[in-house]
Write a protein that binds this ligand. Structure first.
Ligand code: IVH
Length: 669
């Protein structure tokens, strides 16, 4: 096809995908499909740099490396808001408002806990993104802002189909950039695996991500954006804050849907109370509500103080710290041998869920905070997610509290515990320590590693205890007869487990490298290594110098990788995986050819697989998965709650397979 035509087609596909995802909340492309279209687009743009435009979806991928962020002056200063912490302070605010605007109404919006991000559009195209800075002057972070998919690169007055008139002139939009709780958790897990420092909460993580010199890093962080302010609203004939929110939405921005218009402060207070209890139910963190006088003429009447508008106030949720008691401190031996002390606490409700355990990280942390067994302590959830002991309350001690000591011997295998020079951690150095092996197997089968379903920690323990496995490589030699003998393992779950073990053989090199549990090697580094080396064998023979030269890998990590592959026991482990047929190269292995040459469209949900796994299964059996039904489609795989693709398949007379029929087709039972 004509390259220029394809370029426009790709742009359209990608823009529609973003529109479907953010505006309709109905994703139409998988992440993998999105990435492959982006790659195709970038390939064309590389050949024809003259075709690259600022609003091309390729600009979201990042890559621009700035040495410093230029300073930019905001067209209008960014003010901060006064705070209210209780109903009385909200009533005071209401009295002040009513003295100037007796019939004011209030819009109440969620106060998203991220950072202000100002966007400037010229003739409808994103020209600049800037942080708040000191309110007058911020930092220009346009390249980073572009990587946020919820930030429109081009504004469109959208109607139902997602197309319409372009907006001309300059437009300044303000809103909140934030990191969803799920991305925050994932990011910190990866950082912990890679031995990097953790972010305290999603807000810090979002701020750190937006101030990255390399915007490809920002792109990976999966930030979100909610718009709430439009500087030129008046000129556009908009008269109210609700009008602003509607206009922003029509222009293609994500507007947080949880806003409400109220006539009286009592209704506002009720809503604040309700949201205080529901605050943890969102996929992002909120730290309060923002109450704004709705009509602009009323806002004008009220005006500003030196720092903040008189027509708005932030209601801040009470900080959620609760008191409980430490009943015991337990030691957990992780897969790298680190002994992690965990506080076992009296059950307590915090940030929306009951908490009874919190990691205490290491002995230094316990000493710094002087946490003793039996102590009353204050706890909270870091970033609304991770339970953490903030401090002990020594004034409440009875004298019977016990000072904690690290055991001299590993609680799992009894071998001596060491604290290595310069490390905060205490370690068990015995590589065949049962606790370490159990954790290693749990890691090996986990989602981001080999993703073997039906193999939770309880089953892993059963297999180890029954002597059916000694390490993860033994999983590939399990027999049906071994499994059905186990307690609570029926015929069906045994077969399913064997199926998912079998499927995992073709999982690929990157997840396999991660699954090996090499110290400091997380999911991301697994991908980098798989991309650079292409096969396990090549990686086995690498050197520290070669690894460091890649750029993404530091000296400590490089040493850890080389030392892992110089250990005979590890090489033997990999050898057993290889013999069992586990794929050892980066190109996807095809385990069989049942689906060879078939183009398959999937719709609905399934019992055996999650949606994102089905593509892997199809490829594993030699097929190709496609996103929409056409005459070229070989078959449509239909699960529960199928979408319109089913009707399309019927119209075109394409063979329709149920989950059971499909499993028969590829020889799974
Ligand atoms: S309105 C003059 N609305 O909270 C109006 N702010 O000081 C200024 N924030 O850091 C802000 N969600 O970035 C507004 N729905 C919302 C908000 C919001 C979060 C942040 C804002 C600023 C702070 C207010």
């Amino acid at each position: 096809m004509d390259q220029e035509k394809r370029l426009h087609e790709l742009k359209e596909i990608l823009e529609k995908a973003i529109y479907d995802y953010y505006m309709l909340d109905a994703p139409t492309l998988t992440d993998a499909e999105y990435d492959s279209y982006i790659r195709e687009l970038i390939a064309i743009e590389k050949k024809h740099p003259e075709w690259v435009t600022l609003d091309s979806p390729s600009q979201r991928v990042g890559g621009y490396v700035a040495s410093q962020f230029p300073k930019v002056r905001h067209p209008e200063p960014m003010l901060s808001l006064d705070n209210a912490f209780n109903a009385d302070e909200l009533k005071d605010f209401d009295r002040r408002v009513r003295s100037a605007a007796p019939d004011a109404e209030y819009v109440v919006e969620l106060k998203i806990d991220g950072l202000t991000l100002a966007l400037t559009y010229h003739d409808g195209v994103l020209a600049r993104g800037a942080t708040r800075g000191d309110g007058e002057v911020g930092e220009e972070i346009t390249a980073n802002a572009r990587t946020i998919r919820a930030v429109p690169l081009r504004l469109t007055m959208v109607n139902e189909g997602g197309s319409g008139t372009n907006f001309a002139g300059t437009m300044d939009v303000r809103g909140e950039g934030y990191m969803p709780k799920e991305s925050f958790l994932k990011l910190n897990t990866e950082r912990e695996e890679e031995g990097l420092s953790l972010f305290a909460n999603p807000r810090n993580a979002a701020a750190g991500s937006l101030r990255q010199q390399d915007s490809t890093v920002t792109a990976q962080r999966k930030l979100g954006y909610f718009a709430y302010q439009l500087i030129q609203a008046e000129q556009m004939g908009i008269r109210t804050q609700t009008g602003v929110l509607e206009a922003l939405s029509a222009l293609g921005f994500q507007v947080n849907p949880n806003y409400n218009l109220f006539k009286t402060i009592d209704e506002v207070i009720d809503y604040c109370r309700r949201m205080t209890t529901e605050r943890h139910g969102f996929s992002y963190e909120i730290d309060g509500l923002v109450i704004k006088v709705n009509r602009f003429d009323h806002q004008r009447e009220l005006g500003f103080t030196a720092k903040s508008p008189r027509w708005a106030i932030a209601y801040k949720f009470p900080a959620e710290q609760v008191e409980t008691r430490v009943l015991d401190i337990e030691i957990n031996v992780g897969r790298t041998g680190v002994l992690t002390p965990t506080a076992i606490m009296q059950d307590v409700l915090v940030a929306g869920s009951t908490v009874s355990r919190a990691t205490l990280h290491n002995l230094d942390n316990i000493r710094d905070k002087d946490i003793r067994i039996g102590d009353h302590v204050m706890i909270h959830k870091a970033g609304d997610v991770i339970p953490e002991v903030i401090k002990s309350l020594p004034e409440k001690r009875s004298g019977s509290e016990i000072i904690f000591h690290m055991p001299a011997d590993c609680p799992s295998c009894g071998s001596p515990v060491y604290r290595l020079e310069g490390e905060a951690a205490h370690r068990c150095l015995n590589i065949s320590c049962p606790s370490r092996q159990r954790e290693a197997v749990i890691h090996f089968v986990s989602r981001d590693a080999m993703n073997i379903e039906g193999l939770g920690p309880a089953v892993v323990s059963q297999l180890l205890d029954a002597g059916l496995i000694n390490d993860a490589s033994d999983l590939y030699y399990l027999q049906y007869e071994d499994l059905v003998k186990l307690e609570r393992m029926g015929d069906k779950s045994a077969r399913n487990l064997l199926n998912s073990i079998e499927t995992s053989k073709g999982r690929g090199l990157a997840p396999l490298i991660f699954a090996l549990g090499i110290r400091h090697v997380g999911v991301k580094v697994g991908k980098v290594l798989a991309g650079r080396y292409g096969s396990m064998e090549a990686l086995e023979n690498t050197t520290v110098e070669e690894l460091v030269a890649i750029g993404d890998i530091g000296e400590i990590m490089a040493r850890s990788i080389v030392s892992f592959f110089s250990d005979q026991a590890n090489l033997e482990f990999i050898g057993r995986l290889k013999t069992a047929g586990v794929m050892m190269s980066a190109t996807r292995a095809v385990v069989s050819q049942e689906l060879a040459g078939k183009s398959i469209v999937v719709t609905g949900s399934f019992k055996t697989w999650e949606r994102r796994e089905i593509e892997d299964v199809i490829e594993l059996y030699g097929g190709k998965s496609a996103s929409s039904v056409s005459k070229k489609t070989s078959l449509v795989l239909v699960g529960e709650n199928p979408g319109s693709k089913l009707n399309k398949a019927r119209e075109l007379g394409i063979p329709i397979y149920s989950e059971e029929e499909f499993k028969k087709l590829i020889g799974l039972n």
